[in-house]
Design a protein around this ligand. Structure first.
Ligand code: ATP
Length: 235
């Protein structure tokens, strides 16, 4: 059974849907990339999985059980954590305070919070140096690291990461993808939204979206097929 199953999602911001029946699965332990151009519906898809948007029809299943109308915070407790597009850190809180807020669902287990904090600092040593600094004063790359770290603090089973590379230099984007790959290797399933096809070498599964529909799915070696790039770039 897949960890995540998205079934026939129809989602809109008004009466007219922008997702027209999107279905896909993500297996436990995978790093899955959802690629597509501006406006393809990627953010709408992950926002629906995180419970921020209600589908007009369709379902999101975790371990075969529908998440139904569960709130975003209930989904975090079920192991689904979103690192939203645009970093959205709390600028007037310190790095440590931002991270601790990410562990709100684990607040009754200080040991888990400490473990997650150590883990995030292992992934992003730069954040240790910045621990007491206000998040608003960090560089763009550091804020992105903080946003990913904060999403990890709830100890998710499934992490949704929306366009982590946006606005970063190629080197920093690569660093974020490498760390994400390590997060996956350490056991967290990842669904990553990207516009940048440079992420493909890190993916176990690639989903190509266009105009609110899923155009193509590639798994394993098919991801490295040049035709996939052509299909994506030509989309
Ligand atoms: P981007 O990379 O630009 O975020 P995306 O693939 O994530 O693109 P979405 O943000 O999901 O795409 O947008 C899909 C469609 O939904 C677009 O046509 C967009 O204009 C529309 N849309 C997104 N957010 C809203 C909103 N808050 N209200 C109305 N329409 C929206």
């Amino acid at each position: 059974m897949s960890l995540l199953e998205v079934r026939d999602l129809v989602v809109g911001y008004g009466p007219h849907p922008v997702l027209h029946g999107v279905s896909f699965e993500v297996e436990e332990g995978e790093l899955c990339v959802l690629l597509g151009l501006n406006g393809a519906g990627k953010t709408t898809t992950v926002s629906t999985i995180a419970g921020l948007l209600r589908p007009q029809s369709g379902q999101v299943l975790l371990d075969g059980a529908s998440l139904g109308r569960r709130s975003p915070s209930a989904r975090v407790r079920h192991g689904v954590s979103l690192c939203p597009e645009g970093r959205r850190v709390f600028p007037r809180l310190t790095v440590r305070q931002n991270l601790r807020l990410g562990a709100w669902s684990r607040r009754r287990s200080p040991r888990t919070v400490r473990q997650q904090l150590d883990l995030v600092y292992d992934y992003f040593p730069r954040l240790v140096e910045r621990e007491d600094q206000l998040a608003g004063t960090l560089s763009g790359g550091e804020q992105q690291m903080l946003a990913v770290g904060r999403a990890l603090m709830s100890r998710p089973r499934l992490m949704l990461i929306d366009e982590a590379s946006l606005g970063l230099s190629p080197t920093l984007a690569r660093t974020v993808w490498e760390v994400t790959s390590q997060i996956k290797a350490d056991g967290t399933t990842v669904l990553m939204v990207e516009q940048n096809a440079g992420v493909l070498p890190f993916a176990d599964r690639a989903l190509i979206m266009e105009k609110g529909t899923l155009l193509h799915t590639a798994v394993g070696s098919a991801i490295h097929d040049v035709n996939l790039r052509e299909a994506y770039l030509g989309a």
